[in-house]
Design a protein around this ligand. Sequence first.
Ligand code: FES
Length: 151
Amino acid sequence: MADKNVNVNSDFDELVKNIEEEIVEEAREIYTEKTLEEAYNPKNVGELKNPGGAARVTGPCGDTVQIHLEVGGDKITDSKFITDGCGASIACGSVVTEFAKGKTVEEASKLTAEHILAILGGLPEDNIHCAALATDTLKAAIGDYRAKKLC
Ligand code: FES
């Protein structure tokens, strides 16, 4: 009986491994290596304790991206994001926050979805809005920072 359980477990592990390999293989046909790298190993995931600027934006797909900024002088010294969205939105959040760090607020405010798409080597048509959602959220966080500065 115990031997039968060992076989069932090892068959199940093999099945899971095969399914995982198929999923990764399918993703490689759709997304660039850079997108997969950023989606599976995203940078700057999380929240800041007292962000100088913060925004949460929901895109046309219903997914949400939140970005926090820490600003020192006129430079963005730290940036974090979280999202409940797709893998492409994770990749875009990672690239957008990485881009923002070390830039002046003015420089970061000029970042566009096209810039993110160029960094990622493109996204499928259905995911183009994910890049726009990430850059719109960055711009909204910068807007929040500027509004707080005026107070
Ligand atoms: Fe909604 Fe990517 S953010 S599909």
